[in-house]
Design a protein around this ligand. Sequence first.
Ligand code: UDP
Ligand code: MG
Length: 316
Amino acid sequence: MPNVKTIYLVVPCYNEEEALPDSAVRLKELFYNMIADGKISDSSRIMLVNDGSKDKTWDIIQSLHAEDKLFAGLCLSRNRGHQNAVLAGLMTAKNYCDAAISIDADLQDDIETVPKMVDEFYAGNDIVYGVRCSRKKDSLFKRMTAHCFYKLLKKFGVDIIYNHADYRLMSKRALDALEEFPEVNLFLRGIVRMIGFPYSTVEYERKERTKGESKYPFKKMLHLAGDGITSFSVEPIKMITRFGIFFTIVGFLAFAALLVLYILNIVAPIWSIISFTAFMGGIQLIAIGLVGTYVGKTYQETKRRPKYIIQDLLLK
Ligand code: UDP
Ligand code: MG
């Protein structure tokens, strides 16, 4: 292959002491095979990003790096969450590589797809999205919530690739473009779609997490979904107006009905008024909360706080 490229793998790790040793062995084999095949240059690295882990994750990363320079280590000053950890890794990697691939530490996303991504990169694609062709191994609950999530985003006009999470390859120039997006509320899947450039997808089967526990409990998943929608679409605020119009009409009809009852000398039951008022109160509070979400985000964005702070970089 003419001009072999340097590829960095970016792996966010939060409390991964159980999964990391195994994952490191598998990734190392994969990388040395690709280097031996002349697919990637020997300055390619596996960059393990420690996202403020409370267990031995950083110790493991340090010893992996000491044993083999194939492993690079990046330590964030504290836990900043998956999206920020991925971004920190990518933004550091882009100074040294031609393209970087992000993948989770538990290797639920099939690593055999990495060479295919690299092929697609050589074929001229700046972004290669890993797409799960089947989620048989995910729990029914996770599959259903994920499905609703994608459908909902689509409905709100957010452009994302169905069944693509954060397993993707990005070229140096795509990463440079990503850096131009200054937002603090990070939803990488959505932002990367806005970058443009030639892209392609590769399919793989998602596996079960074998070691350690999911760091994405339902609450965090909901948070990510909400973040995804409110970061890319103002549709929910517009919906409030539609709700408003709808209930104005309902209110008007209710008033007309009450008037008729009054004329007919029938007293409307008190609960009908109480329940309607309570219902409207609820709707109004939801509406205020929704507007508040956007105002809150605007507030966070104006402060321009750093998304992550790097404490240590181990790179040979
Ligand atoms: N992760 C992280 N910071 C966090 C939470 C998770 O860097 O605050 C990493 C974690 O180590 C893993 C990836 O993000 O590499 C995805 O997490 P997980 O596998 O637990 O999520 P799931 O696959 O269950 O959605
Ligand atoms: Mg996982």
